[in-house]
Every structure is written in C-alpha cells, then in structure tokens.
Write a protein that binds this ligand. Structure first.
Ligand code: ASP
Length: 334
C-alpha cells in the first residue's frame, strides 16, 4: 500500500521530557526518539522526523512559529501529505492558533503533545502521537487548517483551550465543541469550520508587543493608564467581564488607548461571543464599541492577542483590516 508521507516536527514539551539534573523533567528527546517509541506509526504513514526546537512551550516565541510555518510551506512544496507538530501543551492553544493564522495550505496540519511525561505510568505521548499521525494522514483532514489532537479528540486550533493543569483530558473547545474524534484509529469528523483568509506573511515581520489585561471588579483603569505611560505596547486586548463589560473608569482608559493603538474587546469567560447590541450602560459592549474597541467575537483573549500580534507584525496597523480579520476569524457574519 502507498502510505502518505507525513513529517513530524518536534518543538520540545512534556512529550519529549526526561529526568533532568535539577530535579524535574526537561525536554531532551529528539523527534527520531519520539517516532522510534511508536512502531505502529509505520503502518499509518511514511514518517519522517525533524527536531525543530527543544523547548518548554512557555519559551516558544512568535519567531519560532513563523519560521515553522515557512518550513511547512517549503516541505509541502516538496510533496509532504501531512504534518504533525509535537510541543508542550501549556501554550498549544496559542501556538496552534498562530500556526493556523499563518497556514494557507490544504495539507493536514496537526499539533499534539502529552500531559504525562514519558517516565510516568499511563504516559499519553505515544497514543497522542499515533492519533495525530492518523489524522494528518487522512484525506478528510485536508483544508481544515491547524488541528489539535489530544486524548483521541480533534479540536480546531482557533477554539481549543487547555482547561486543566495535569489531566490527559485537559483540552476542550468550550466555544463550539470539538470538530471530531478518533475511533479505532479512524478520523470521525462531526463538523467543519468555514475557511478564513490567512494573515498575509511578510518576509520581514515588524516587532509588535500586544498586552493582554483582565478587567476586574472595581477596576479603576489604572493598569491601562500605566501601560500607555510605558509606551511599550502596540496594541491591547482587554478581557472584559461577561459579554464585554467594564467599569466606567476602565472604559475611559480604554477609549484613550483606542485613540493610539488597536484595542480588542474579548471576554474573560472563555466561551461565547462578545456581545454587540444588548447592554447600553457606561462600560457596556455598546459603549465600548462606540468608543473604538474591536470585537474579538468568539476568540478568547489569548487567541485575540495572537491574531492582533500577527496582524501588526505582518500586515500593519490599518484599523479596517484589523476589524475585518477579527470578524472573519471569529466566524462573525454581519
Ligand atoms: N506541561 C507542559 C507540557 O505539557 C510543559 C510545556 O508546555 O512545555 O508539555
């Protein structure tokens, strides 16, 4: 049988960790070692392994993900039929979404990792890697953008969230549910997402810092004022309460911020659309949108920060283009 060519690129994370000298586990295993531990992979695909980074996922940077997206484009041009990225799970919900924003190919792309490191009983890395390759090798996964496969479940990168610190079932997509799952190694898709125009990659991204701040009870808005005074940021995402609500003081500070940078209104609830036309008091979503904030729609605060950062790095600060991108990525039809 002619098996599809799937390349596995490893970035580090728990799936690749072994005991270090300072007491805890640290990333040491290569992509070859990860592949060698799962002989069943050879029945699914012609697997190639490439060690790309060896980092805990908290150390990954936008530059790493941009370089990875460029490498994937190159490999796809050489005939690869699927990609699997292995990495730490702590930031998968951000890195997979960043990849998704930059990935404009039909070739299946799956990110996976492990919640239990290889030396623990019940280590989930090998099963997750096998499931990820099964999805990446499946023609049904073409054109779905970046997927996250963990615990035999298939999530869209744009909605997946890590919701537990240590359990193998830590991942879920609270905004709209998982896209599918695996049964006996076969991909079962329950839904598909609409296609979205990707961020147009620039060969020389500009540096851009986007702050992510939570709105809190009795918040006077001083954090936003301090941030503006620091002149260190190019954009801001505010995680407002409920459907997009803040205090009057914070609303004033956000209006000031929106005069000099894009300010995106997300919800700290972690699920559900930011509202647009329900509440009319000072600091409500209607008020904040009138003051110039951009709706994150269905994207949570962390993903909104990823999208805004990539837009600023690659496409610039045009407010119309930024608002349009948020509308598209949050599945928000006028
Ligand atoms: N706990 C993490 C993991 O699951 C560590 C990391 O994100 O690198 O891989």
């Amino acid at each position: 049988m002619d098996l599809p060519a799937v390349t596995i690129l490893s970035l580090g994370g728990t799936i690749a960790m072994t005991q270090g000298e300072t007491g805890g586990v640290v990333p040491t295993l290569t992509a070859e070692a990860l592949v060698g531990a799962v002989p069943q992979l050879q029945q699914v695909a012609r697997v190639k392994a490439q060690s790309y980074r060896q980092l805990p996922s908290a150390h990954l940077r936008f530059e790493d993900i941009e370089a990875l997206a460029a490498s994937l484009r190159h490999l796809a041009g050489a005939g690869e039929r699927g990609f699997v990225i292995t990495q730490g799970t702590d930031t998968i919900d951000e890195t997979a979404f960043a990849l998704d924003c930059l990935y404009d190919l039909d070739v299946p792309l799956v990110v996976t990792g492990a919640m239990r490191h290889p030396t623990l009983p019940g280590a989930d890395g090998p099963a997750n890697l096998l499931a990820a390759v099964q999805v990446a090798a499946s023609p049904a996964a073409r054109g779905l953008g970046c997927l996250v496969v963990m615990n035999d479940e298939v999530h869209a990168a744009r909605y997946v969230r890590k919701l537990n610190t240590s359990r193998p079932d830590a991942f879920a997509s609270p905004a709209c549910g998982r896209l599918g799952w695996l049964t006996e190694g076969r991909l079962r898709l329950a839904s598909r997402l609409p296609d979205v125009p990707r961020v147009v990659s620039s060969p020389q991204p500009r540096p851009a810092q986007v702050a992510l701040l939570p709105a809190c009870l009795d918040d006077p808005g001083d954090m936003v004022r301090a941030l503006l005074a620091a002149h260190a940021f190019d954009g801001l995402v505010i995680q407002a309460a409920g459907g997009g609500h803040v205090t009057a003081g914070l609303a004033d500070a956000l209006e000031t911020a929106a005069r000099s940078m894009p300010v995106v209104l997300a919800s700290r609830t972690g699920s559900g659309d930011v509202l647009s036309s329900t509440y009319g008091y000072t600091g409500s979503e209607i008020d904040l949108l009138r003051r110039g904030l951009i709706r994150a729609g269905l994207l949570d605060g962390h993903k909104a920060r990823v999208l805004l950062t990539l837009l600023l790095r690659h496409q610039g600060a045009d407010p119309g283009a930024i608002a349009q991108a948020f509308q598209a990525w949050s599945n928000d039809h006028p």
